[in-house]
Write a protein that binds this ligand. Structure first.
Ligand code: ADP
Ligand code: MG
Length: 525
């Protein structure tokens, strides 16, 4: 007897429909699965066989042929397990299908439990577009599946639930007497889900009111977040670089509808959506540890999963201890950061993950951390501080829009200084500036403007143009350098709600790039 069921796989950020056709015929008791890569094949066969038996159904004695169509499509993961199992159960007569436009997703354990799988959101989206009206999904993925309108979501805990769904209210030989009692389930669940183990701890939010002193760095962060400009914090250990970065989640405005869906799809494909997680509203803030691998940061790996660059899409990627990162890994990040997307090459063409990311980084000025400190001697060997900074490629450093030095936090700042502004106040200014920029730039942040666009948006008066020419000549700025100053100046004007960019804004922007150079050039006065 032949049975056909519908399921899906995920490919990049897209779901793709897969038809499961099962034929059970008399013959030697063998199971053939066609349409799966060799490695996945035997595993799927064992999971399905174990799940069917341990749920109390009979595994057919004859010859079982399973075809996953289309054959040419790459099928990784294990979301098709449940559909294969039900296909076999229907084809062998263990379950009588009631018919209907439904589909099944989920990975099976040997005990018949249904485990969550990555990418349920895009897969359900694809199934709905293909006309499915009901979909059975792993119970832990039900919340994300429910984000798709127009399709009924049925949560499945085990293979028995899937059998009931397929059998429908009538025609239910599915409830054929169990031959074996259900196996008690223990052990770690859903181990295969993506983990955040490689992240620097950032869960505890920090309010800006906790960051004392560091006026320049606070201001630089405000400008960076208002315009989407990349930012580098340099300072000795204990200056509060990590502390300041951890205020970022509380300073960013929430995602809009389109962004929220994109961010949630990426989290879904990475397997990072928890059982109760609905649409992601909060802008991502990811802080991968400096030991993170190329695949972890950029994406790819055996599962073709999005990396940190894509997990920070529409938000901030924070690289703490920048100089400790593997140089090649940082180098690999450069292109995605510039293009706003990651391209991952594989056998069947390239897939792209979005990575429209704002980079924030922090580093010590040298290995001991005290180079340039007025009160504490640097213990590094001569030449060592320069070498330390050079560990980060010049090309990457050159692409950081704002650089700010954080001096050691003085006791007087901590004990006596004025009460700093809190995150709520600063977040409100940032949100307003972003709205002003967005309404002028067709929804984009200032950092995303092209060279011609930024020149048009700045509407410089004559004195501003002269000043910029002087700064550019003194610092031997390239066109890129000039555009960078203009973008940051535009943001500073937006924060102050000024329609055009003044000379003061230009000087302030030049300072945010290289304060020492501005001083040397005698332009600060
Ligand atoms: N400017 C500051 N205001 C308040 N506390 C600070 C400041 N700088 C450092 N600290 C305290 O020192 C701790 C270590 O700071 P941290 O941010 O880890 O420094 P860094 O990353 O620059 O080495 C912080 O958790 C905080 O308690
Ligand atoms: Mg730190």
């Amino acid at each position: 007897m032949l049975a056909t069921l519908i399921t899906a796989v995920v490919d990049g950020l897209e779901g793709a429909l897969v038809r499961v056709e099962v034929d059970v015929a008399p013959g030697l008791p063998v199971t053939h699965i066609v349409g799966l890569p060799d490695a996945a094949l035997s595993e799927a066969r064992e999971r399905v066989r174990g799940a069917i038996r341990n749920t109390g159904y009979a595994y057919p004695q004859g010859r079982v042929t399973v075809n996953l169509a289309p054959a040419g499509r790459r099928k990784h993961g294990a979301a098709y397990d449940v559909a294969i199992a039900l296909g076999i159960m229907v084809a062998s007569g263990e379950v009588v299908a009631s018919g209907g436009d439904w589909a099944l997703l989920g990975e099976l354990s040997l005990t018949g439990e249904i485990h969550p799988v990555p990418g349920v959101l895009p897969m359900v989206h694809t199934l709905r577009r293909a006309g499915a009206r009901r979909v059975g999904v792993p119970a832990a993925n039900a919340a994300e599946a429910s984000l798709v309108d127009g399709i009924e979501v049925v949560p499945l805990a085990g293979l028995d639930d899937a059998a009931r769904l397929v059998a429908g209210p009538k025609g239910r030989r599915a409830a054929r007497a169990r031959r074996t009692p259900p196996v008690a389930v223990s052990g770690p669940l859903a181990e295969s889900r993506g983990t955040d183990a490689s992240l620097v701890r950032t869960d505890a939010r920090v309010d800006l009111a906790e960051v004392r002193g560091q006026v320049a760095a606070r201001w630089a962060l405000e400008v960076a977040l208002a315009g989407g400009h990349s930012l580098l914090l340099v300072g000795p250990p204990g200056a509060g670089k990590t502390l300041l970065a951890r205020t970022i989640p509380g300073l960013l405005p929430p995602l809009d509808e389109r962004e929220a869906l994109e961010v949630t799809v990426i989290a879904s494909v990475a397997g990072l959506l928890g059982p109760g997680d609905g649409l992601r509203r909060q802008r991502p803030f990811r802080a991968p540890h400096h030991t993170a691998s190329y695949a972890a940061l950029v994406g790819g790996g055996p599962r073709l999963a999005p990396g940190e660059a894509s997990l920070s899409h529409c938000g901030v990627l924070f690289l703490d201890e920048l100089a400790e990162f593997d140089r090649d890994v940082l180098e690999a990040l450069r292109q995605p950061l510039e293009e706003g997307s990651v391209a991952i090459a594989r056998a069947q063409g390239t897939i792209r993950f979005p990575a429209d990311v704002q980079l924030v980084a922090a580093m010590n000025p040298c290995r001991c951390g005290y180079a340039g400190d007025l009160e504490r001697a640097c213990t590094c060997a001569p030449g060592e501080p320069e070498r330390y900074v050079r560990r980060v490629s010049g090309a990457l450093l050159d692409r950081l829009d704002i650089r700010v030095e954080m001096p050691r936090t003085r006791p007087s700042d901590v004990l006596l200084g004025p009460e700093p502004e809190c995150s709520e106040t600063v977040a409100a200014r940032i949100a307003l500036a972003r709205e002003r920029a967005a309404s002028r730039n067709g929804g984009r942040l200032n950092a995303r403007l092209g060279g011609r666009e930024i020149v048009e948006q700045c509407r410089l008066a004559t004195d501003g143009r002269d000043l910029l020419a002087a700064v550019a000549a003194r610092r031997r700025l390239s066109a890129r350098g000039i555009h960078r100053i203009l973008r940051v100046a535009r943001t500073i004007a937006d924060l102050a709600d000024r329609a055009s960019v003044s000379s003061t804004d230009l000087l302030a922007a030049a300072d945010l790039r290289d304060p020492a150079a501005t001083e040397r050039a005698g332009l600060a006065a």
